[in-house]
Design a protein around this ligand. Structure first.
Ligand code: ADP
Ligand code: MG
Length: 461
């Protein structure tokens, strides 16, 4: 008989047998392999001597009856021990075990991670992986990654600064998580918000003054670490005692060559009430600014969020949200959450129209045009419109022209091509070049960055 037919018969017989014997014994049956059916003898192979014994002793009747039921006549069966099957089975069992072990390991890692997380106070949501890199944050990202890879070796302290919602906390926590995952057992990482540090510091005093036990606890928590991440250090301004403690902590860690990462909304030297000795220490390593995200980065952040949620957003919708929320990634995320939640609840598919309804009040009432930009920039740089639109190479004019191009791309929906037309037929690549030039320069020239920011503000009101 053909092997396929044999298998078909066995499938039915097997089902019958399994219905008639206890589940704990199913394993002896399911491991059998049908190989022949000649002269009313059905032959099966088994890799388990024990299984053959069990079937012949305990379930002989059940197996015989199953055959009878399926074939409508009585036949006999023969189970033969097979070496190859036996080996195969041992491997299968081994594999099963190692799979289990792998799962076990995974669970161990996860539980280790959550233990590490609770000690380090990190929020595991903030990773390098889900930080979208664009020109506005590339430099900061690279420095952060270097610190994460080589803590205490290169940039110490790393000082990240910039406006609210631009990714400082995210990058700082990503450093912590990366270090923990790479050195789970031998590096102590501690993330603290400055306000928590201040509170802990206050708590260490009891009514009678310094409390030894609390003091030891406090020191243990902050002084006994390999990597200290302090978020929003500007909050210690005007807090004299805390400032002193931060100073002591900084020196203690720094002298032991421990990595320190600090964030603030400003440069150290702009934290007015801090003593000079602390400001200079904060600037001893490297300081880097996080800038508001440019339009490409904003779109990429939205795309990334959508991708993680398996959501599809049309280009016009992405562009609309990215244009409406231009200064702050937290708000951009908020807008994304709002519109996706709305779409979920209302069962209405995402659309540009929906965004317009939800965000109308946020959308710049008056759409900014290149004309508006030209007017404002010309005023700031004290140049004439005709000079800017002409070919003058005077530095001031050239600068104003570049900034207009940059802002036109950032704040309007104009393409490089249409911006080029506005400037009397400049090519796509000329416009792109000017745009890139300003974008680059902003990263290194904080005065220019400030001017551009002010012009943007002026344009919005
Ligand atoms: P900050 O500390 O500068 O105020 P956060 O780090 O808290 O800002 O960032 C605000 C929110 O925006 C967070 O949810 C963060 O994950 C997100 N975010 C900021 N920058 C990025 C980025 N480049 N890519 C992805 N998410 C970002
Ligand atoms: Mg923050």
């Amino acid at each position: 008989m053909e092997i396929n037919e044999i298998k078909e018969i066995w499938e039915k017989v097997e089902k019958e047998i399994l219905n008639s014997i206890p589940e704990s014994s199913h394993i002896w049956i399911t491991m059998l392999e049908p190989v022949g059916f000649e002269n009313d003898i059905f032959t099966l192979l088994s890799g388990q001597g024990m299984g053959i014994h069990m079937i012949n002793q305990k379930y002989f009747n059940e197996v015989s009856n199953a055959f009878k039921k399926v074939l409508n006549r009585e036949i006999s069966f023969d189970i033969i021990f097979d070496e190859k099957l036996s080996k195969k089975m041992t491997e299968k069992i081994k594999k099963g075990r190692s799979e289990l072990k792998a799962i076990d390991e995974k669970q161990k890692i996860v539980s280790n991670l959550s233990k590490l997380q609770s000690n380090s106070n990190l929020n595991l949501r903030f990773k390098f992986d889900n930080f979208v890199v664009g020109e506005c944050n590339e430099f900061a990202y690279n420095l952060a990654k270097t610190v994460a890879e080589k803590p205490s070796e290169k940039y110490n302290p790393l000082f990240l600064y910039g406006g609210s919602g631009l990714g400082k906390t995210h990058l700082m926590q990503a450093i912590g998580q990366y270090i923990l995952l790479k050195n789970p057992n031998n590096l102590k990482v501690k993330y603290t918000k400055t306000e928590d540090f201040i509170n802990d510091f206050k708590k260490r005093f009891s009514k009678e003054g310094d409390d030894r036990k609390l003091m030891t606890q406090f020191r243990q928590k902050y002084f006994n670490v390999d990597v200290l991440l302090i978020d929003d250090i500007q909050l210690i301004e005007n807090k004299k005692a805390t400032i002193e403690e931060v100073f002591t902590l900084f020196d203690a860690l720094y002298n032991k060559n421990k990595q320190i990462v600090i964030t603030a909304d400003r440069l150290p030297r702009e934290l007015e009430s801090l003593p000079d000795r602390l400001k200079t220490r904060f600037e001893m390593g490297v300081t880097v600014e996080l800038l508001p995200p440019d339009i490409d980065t904003r779109i990429n952040i939205l795309k990334n969020l959508a991708k993680n949620d398996g959501i599809n957003m049309s280009p016009d919708l992405l562009e609309y949200i990215a244009q409406t929320f231009s200064e702050n990634v937290r708000e951009l995320e908020g807008a994304y959450n709002k519109i996706t939640a709305y779409s979920n609840m209302s069962k209405e598919p995402l659309s540009l129209n929906m965004a317009e309804r939800l965000f109308a009040s946020r959308y710049k009432k008056k759409k900014i045009t290149i004309d508006d930009i030209l007017k404002t920039v010309s005023e700031v740089y004290e140049v004439s419109k005709s000079d800017v639109l002409g070919t003058s190479r005077i530095a001031k004019v050239a600068m104003a022209r570049k900034i207009i191009i940059y802002l036109a791309r950032e704040l309007t929906n104009e393409s490089y091509l249409s911006i080029g037309e506005y400037f009397g037929g400049k090519t796509h690549s000329t416009i792109m070049y000017s745009y890139d030039k300003v974008k680059d320069e902003i990263k290194y020239n904080s005065k220019l960055a400030e001017t551009v920011r002010e012009i943007k503000q002026a344009l919005k009101f």
